[in-house]
Every structure is written in structure tokens, then in C-alpha cells.
Ligand binder design. Structure first.
Ligand SMILES: C[S@@+](CC[C@H](N)C(=O)[O-])C[C@H]1O[C@@H](n2cnc3c(N)ncnc32)[C@H](O)[C@@H]1O
Length: 434
């Protein structure tokens, strides 16, 4: 299909409304919120920890409710504020937020949202929750309209940092975080896009948010893998060629490993976390691609015989503030101090990655963070390591000239491609070893 073309739209796959789910879904939503907000556990980990017997429909509804609360917690609290005389205990606050999210954001009919939420709070609070949510149902929509939602739903430290880095675009970035992201797919070589997909100019196939990848024909056969359009760019920019030896550092769950292997390179994928490495192996098996998998710290790993590579991809661990659309728990889990900690780790990994390259070899450094400390700030360190910036040209990233910086690095933001459904925030820079 020509780049930028569109297939006839398939009937939209709409998730069942939360109102169709029962008490187990609401209880599970509160368990997810407690895990993220009280114990600071990642939402995905909390989802994995839900009871195995929970019906898929209830699990999906719980996820939807929890995600809506996490995206809009500041706005929901502002709507609830006038109706609360004192701070309720955390589980009751969570239930009020979840009920308000159902009423104001998820379209659950008022009687169902109120009754279901009252049913999952401790009995002494049933009256309070009933009264407050009835008021939210009546007055909440107008109250929500009048709020400065972008600011309320963004932690102040992130707002200040993005304002310093991107100026007025901070508001559009915050707005992009309000909605779930589409499902983006990288296609295996020669594979056709699933029906209804929009082909983006960079080659990614895009389907509506809420589409379940495992439901798509071709999934089991390894025709594609999930990868945001921005996440697909760093491996393309590395330009791995058949037969080249490529090290993929910090590799799991393996979206970029798959791209490099599909390009015909001989790939060594290095990942520290054994469970994530196992997932990478499963993903490659489904895609019928192969790579050498190594469980190691990429900051100290030495390849056999101290081999040097034609190309290295370092997709470094980061604060992940560029992927809040897909992971709305991130603003609740990260703190300002994490940025410097991650930047130190990235500097250590970058120094080691540079040493793995043969003279003249290529290195792409990438992070899914919007914080300049985890992106642009590494350019000076790379120069000190003997890495020469190899500027990225606009034609390498079709349809996204605004993502190429004057220095020739890539900086995508979630407010870019707004009319197409947005794009994750990534930084990437390409270097040559002198
Ligand atoms: C941004 S994710 C990588 C995503 C992956 N490149 C992809 O495209 O699917 C970062 C990964 O780095 C791993 N990691 C973090 N620190 C590491 C280290 N020192 N050595 C190796 N892997 C590390 C994490 O476990 C995580 O899987």
C-alpha cells in the first residue's frame, strides 16, 4: 500500500461500556488505583496481579476506569472538592475518583455509576459517596468544563520542566495525555496491514485506541508487533543492513530487536531483567525472528572475544515521560529527582556503548523521555567519548519535519501529529565513532 494511504475503515471496535461491568470490575479498579497511588507500583504490574479468575470484560473495565482516574486525577479532585468537608480515607477518595470518572469521562449512566460505586465502599461511607456522586452527576459536567484541566492533570514539576523546554507547547503536550493512544503496529517485511489500519508516512500501521492486538488476524502468525510510530524510528535511523553485527542494548520487550533482525542484521540483544528477556524471546519466536539473547547489565557487558560491532542501538532506561499517553501511571510514579538519577545511568550506558563500536561504526542513542537531561544533554558527553553526531535528515522521517532539531537530532512530542492521533515523545541521536 502506498505510504500515507488509507484502507476502507473497518467497523470500529468499541470497548464495552464500564456500565456493562459489575462490582468485580469496580473492586479491581480500586485495587489498581491503590497499587499505583498508595504503593507506587506500575499499573501493568498491578494488572498482572489481579485475580486470575476475573472475567476479561471486568479486567478491561477496571483498567479503563483506573486509567481514566490516573489521567485526570487533578481535574476529578477539583470537581469533588466543593462536595467534601474533610479528607476521606484513601480507599474512599479512590472510589469517589473512580465514580466521578465513570460519570464525567466514561459515559456510565448516573444511576449505574452511583449504585456500583456505593456498593464497593465500606458501609459507613456509603451515604457520603452516594450524596457526593449524585452532586457530581448533576453539577460535575459544568464544573469540569471550567477547569484548567491541562495544568491540574500535570504534576507541577513536569509542567515547569516542559514549559522550560518547549514553551507554550506544554499545554498541547498535557492535552495529548488526556486520551488513550491508538494501537500502532510495525509490520513484518512483506506483511499487509490489518484491515482498517491507517498507514502513517513513516511506515507504521495505526488502528484506533482500544483495539486488541491479539484479536487481529495475522497476530499469531507474526505479521506485526505493537510499537508506537515514534518508537519505531530509532532502529530505522540506525539503518542496519543484512549481515551487519548489531548490539541492541536494553532490549526488552524487543520491538527494536525485531526491527533490526527483520532488516537482516545479526543481532545481540542485551537485557538485564530476566523476565523481560524471556518476554523478548517469546516475542521473537512469534515473529519467527532470531537474535542472540544475553542477560546482562549493558553498562558492563563484554561480548565474547571483545568483539566490536558495526552498529549499536542504546534504547536507554529513562523516566518514560514521553509515553504517558500509553502509561498514565507515570506522572504518579516518577519524581523530579528521578531525572538526574536516570541521566547518570544513561551516561554510564552511553560510555560503554561507545566502547562496543568498531571505528566508523554507528550508534543510535534513544530515550522515551521528554526531559532534555535524558536527551539533548547527552550530546556533549557523546562528543567527549569520540562520537561524532551524524545529523538526521528530514527525509528519513517522512511527514514529521517538525521532529528534526536544528542540530540534527530527533525530538518527537505527544502533541505532534495531533490530527492523526499523536505520537509518543522520543529523543534520538545518531553518532559515528571516529
Ligand atoms: C526503554 S526499555 C527498552 C525497550 C526496548 N528497546 C524495545 O524496543 O522494546 C528499557 C529496558 O532496559 C532494561 N534495562 C535497564 N537498565 C539496564 C541495564 N543496565 N542493562 C541492560 N538492560 C537494562 C529494562 O529492563 C528495560 O527492559
Amino acid at each position: 500500500m502506498p505510504s500515507g494511504g488509507r484502507r476502507p475503515p473497518a467497523p470500529p471496535r468499541r470497548p464495552a461500556p464500564a456500565s456493562a461491568a459489575g462490582a468485580p470490575a469496580r473492586q479491581a479498579a480500586l485495587a489498581l488505583l491503590a497499587a499505583v497511588l498508595e504503593r507506587r507500583r506500575p499499573l501493568e504490574e498491578a494488572l498482572d496481579a489481579l485475580p486470575g479468575g476475573l472475567a476479561p470484560r471486568d479486567r478491561a473495565a477496571a483498567h479503563r476506569i483506573a486509567a481514566a482516574v490516573l489521567r485526570r486525577a487533578g481535574s476529578l479532585d477539583a470537581v469533588l472538592e466543593p462536595f467534601l468537608r474533610r479528607e476521606p480515607p484513601p480507599p474512599v477518595r479512590a472510589a469517589l475518583r473512580a465514580g466521578a470518572a465513570e460519570l464525567l469521562l466514561l459515559g456510565t449512566p448516573a444511576h449505574a455509576a452511583v449504585a456500583a460505586t456505593v456498593g464497593v465502599v465500606p458501609r459507613p461511607f456509603a451515604g457520603l459517596v452516594n450524596a457526593v456522586l449524585r452532586k457530581v452527576a448533576a453539577e460535575g459536567p459544568a464544573a469540569l468544563e471550567g477547569l484548567d484541566a491541562e495544568r491540574l492533570d500535570t504534576p507541577p514539576w513536569l509542567w515547569s520542566a516542559w514549559h522550560a523546554a518547549y514553551g507554550a507547547a506544554v499545554r498541547a503536550i498535557a492535552r495529548a495525555h488526556r486520551l488513550p493512544a491508538p494501537l500502532d503496529l510495525t509490520l513484518a517485511p512483506g506483511a499487509a496491514a490489518p484491515e482498517g489500519a491507517e498507514m502513517l508516512p513513516t511506515g507504521t500501521a495505526r488502528l484506533p485506541a482500544g483495539t486488541r492486538i491479539t484479536d487481529l488476524p495475522g497476530f499469531a502468525e507474526g505479521q506485526f508487533w505493537a510499537q508506537d510510530a515514534a518508537a519505531a524510528l530509532p532502529a530505522r535511523l540506525l539503518g542496519a543492513r543484512p549481515g551487519e553485527r548489531v548490539a541492541d542494548l536494553c532490549a526488552a520487550p524487543g520491538g527494536k530487536t525485531a526491527q533490526l533482525a527483520a532488516a537482516g542484521a545479526t543481532v545481540v540483544a542485551v537485557e538485564r531483567d530476566p523476565r523481560r528477556l524471556a518476554r523478548l524471546g517469546e516475542n521473537l519466536a512469534r515473529l519467527k525472528l532470531s537474535a542472540t539473547l544475553v542477560e546482562a547489565d549493558a553498562g558492563s557487558w563484554s561480548p565474547p572475544a571483545n568483539e566490536q560491532f558495526d552498529a549499536v542501538l542504546l534504547d536507554a532506561p529513562c523516566t518514560a515521560t514521553g509515553i504517558i499517553r500509553r502509561h498514565p501511571d507515570i506522572p504518579h510514579l516518577k519524581r523530579a529527582a528521578d531525572v538526574a538519577t536516570m541521566a547518570d545511568t544513561q551516561a554510564r550506558l552511553l560510555a560503554h556503548a561507545a566502547a562496543l563500536l568498531r571505528p566508523g561504526g554507528r550508534l543510535v542513542y534513544a530515550t522515551c523521555s521528554l526531559q532534555p537531561e535524558e536527551g539533548e544533554a547527552h550530546l556533549a558527553r557523546a562528543a567527549a567519548l569520540g562520537l561524532r553526531l551524524d545529523p538526521i535528515r528530514a527525509e528519513e522521517v517522512p511527514g514529521l519535519p517538525e521532529a528534526i532539531t536544528p542540530q540534527g537530532t530527533l525530538r518527537t512530542r505527544p502533541d505532534m501529529w495531533a490530527e492523526r492521533g499523536g505520537i509518543d515523545g522520543f529523543f534520538a541521536a545518531r553518532f559515528l565513532r571516529g
